[in-house]
Design a protein around this ligand. Sequence first.
Ligand SMILES: Cc1cc2nc3c(=O)[nH]c(=O)nc-3n(C[C@H](O)[C@H](O)[C@H](O)COP(=O)(O)OP(=O)(O)OC[C@H]3O[C@@H](n4cnc5c(N)ncnc54)[C@H](O)[C@@H]3O)c2cc1C
Ligand SMILES: NC(=O)c1ccc[n+]([C@@H]2O[C@H](COP(=O)([O-])OP(=O)(O)OC[C@H]3O[C@@H](n4cnc5c(N)ncnc54)[C@H](O)[C@@H]3O)[C@@H](O)[C@H]2O)c1
Length: 477
Amino acid sequence: MDSYDMIVIGSGPAGQKAAIAAAKLGRRAAIVERKDMVGGVCINTGTIPSKTLREAVLYLTGLNQRELYGQSYRVKQDITIADLSSRTQHVIAREIDVIRNQLARNHVHMYVGTARFITPRTIVVTNEAGNSVELSADKIVIAVGTKPAHPSTVEFDGETIVDSDQILSIAKVPSSMVVVGAGVVGIEYASMFAALGTKVTIVERRPTMLDFCDKEIIEALQYQLRELAVTFRYSETVREVQRHPAGTLTVLESGKRIPADTVLYSAGRQGLTDELNIAAAGLGASDRGKIEVNENLQTEVEHIYAVGDVIGFPALAATAMEQGRRAAYHAFNEPVGNKLGDLQPIGIYTIPELSFVGRTEESLTSANVPFEVGVSRYRELARGAILGDSYGMLKILVHAESRELLGVHVFGTNATELVHIGQMVMGCGGTVDYLVDTVFNYPTLAESYKVAALDAVNKMRAIAKVTQTGPYHPLPE
Ligand SMILES: Cc1cc2nc3c(=O)[nH]c(=O)nc-3n(C[C@H](O)[C@H](O)[C@H](O)COP(=O)(O)OP(=O)(O)OC[C@H]3O[C@@H](n4cnc5c(N)ncnc54)[C@H](O)[C@@H]3O)c2cc1C
Ligand SMILES: NC(=O)c1ccc[n+]([C@@H]2O[C@H](COP(=O)([O-])OP(=O)(O)OC[C@H]3O[C@@H](n4cnc5c(N)ncnc54)[C@H](O)[C@@H]3O)[C@@H](O)[C@H]2O)c1
């Protein structure tokens, strides 16, 4: 039996970073991954394919150039799935190669197969041919991720009724599509297909979508999606999804029936703990397959860590990587920085994209934190005009007394990149005055920080002016 200082189960972003961090600390590390899944959901079916598809959609439809060249502007008239998937396959192959190379040059041993616990310190890896090898380690990291949830009321066929893995291999761009679930996956794909000209209907159980985001920005997103002919059916629950010879039928609890060429069922994901035999390690999982951990990412069994999507919220590649690194550092007594706190950015790659870090207006209001809002609109920035983005905006939330930055919300071109400027200022405890006094390159979208900061301080000055004109004298009754 081969033994290691650390075995990592799963080579998604969480597992990769755990294994490499252990290797960098001079430990013997191994990683186990199933055939054809190096890089995890992130590289093969989730983040990277969907983000590459989005880039292909934006390029081929010419959508972002239409403000400049007219509404009929297109790079390609009839866009096929082959046009879209060639770019995706190219990026996936390249990313897998990078990961394999990084693991190899850090001497992380890769075992191909499915891992199962035999004891709390031993696992067996079985490959597709049925051959097995037993491995043991002082520390084990579970980074097995999730798979799309498949309720029995939905007749998945992988062609017309698909989950978010299967959507990448549909045969043609559908003329109509129902998207079940307005979570991040559903909304990102809904916007891509709407941009391709598919008539999209989104069905969501809750009364709104993405309720953890800024309300004003979600309204702006909904407006843009409606412009692309997307229909929203909120507060509606899907009872079943049927497959018929002439197409699909989505039946709602309210009795409505929606026909469509394709249904994307994107209503949540399930932790991949079922094949792991975690009971043999002394562990259990929730009914959604999630494993509980403490703030050091340790499970109930001290030497076993769990990281990434399998531990639940926020279920992002970005966070998964950092959890992986932190778990390995903790396992080998290497200090890590501050607790993984509130300053994790959220980036949603809809068309247009949005991103935020820190607090929302709603959460500050309900916590009685006094704040001021500063807004900058891309249509007033020279870079916005050059890019042809008239709808983008950046909003900062500033503490009314301490003048600290409490939140940054961005909508439009490069939102997911721009947010990091605010994140850095917030991380360093910066105030709105830092942004006011800073010179930004011109013409850039980053300049929107200065414009928004000036907007906020102008409003704050107006309040100060009112309160500094002498004591408050109520008018006589
Ligand atoms: C459509 C979609 C788009 C997304 N877009 C974004 C985005 O834009 N930005 C972002 O930050 N996040 C995004 N995410 C989320 C992101 O993909 C996940 O947060 C991330 O992949 C989680 O990483 P992980 O390492 O926990 O698990 P995964 O990437 O799921 O990897 C887990 C790996 O473990 C392997 N495994 C499981 N069980 C075993 C076993 N028993 N033995 C051996 N191996 C096993 C699996 O084969 C898999 O390869 C998206 C997700 C989806 C579905
Ligand atoms: N850009 C990104 O960072 C990104 C992109 C995609 C996915 N992700 C991550 O992947 C994870 C999975 O995303 P997801 O969107 O699949 O799941 P989710 O759980 O976030 O969303 C599912 C949505 O479906 C709705 N729903 C569930 N059952 C329903 C029914 N029967 N009828 C109507 N609506 C129903 C829920 O109310 C919910 O809003 C998330 O945690 C997300 O953070 C991140």
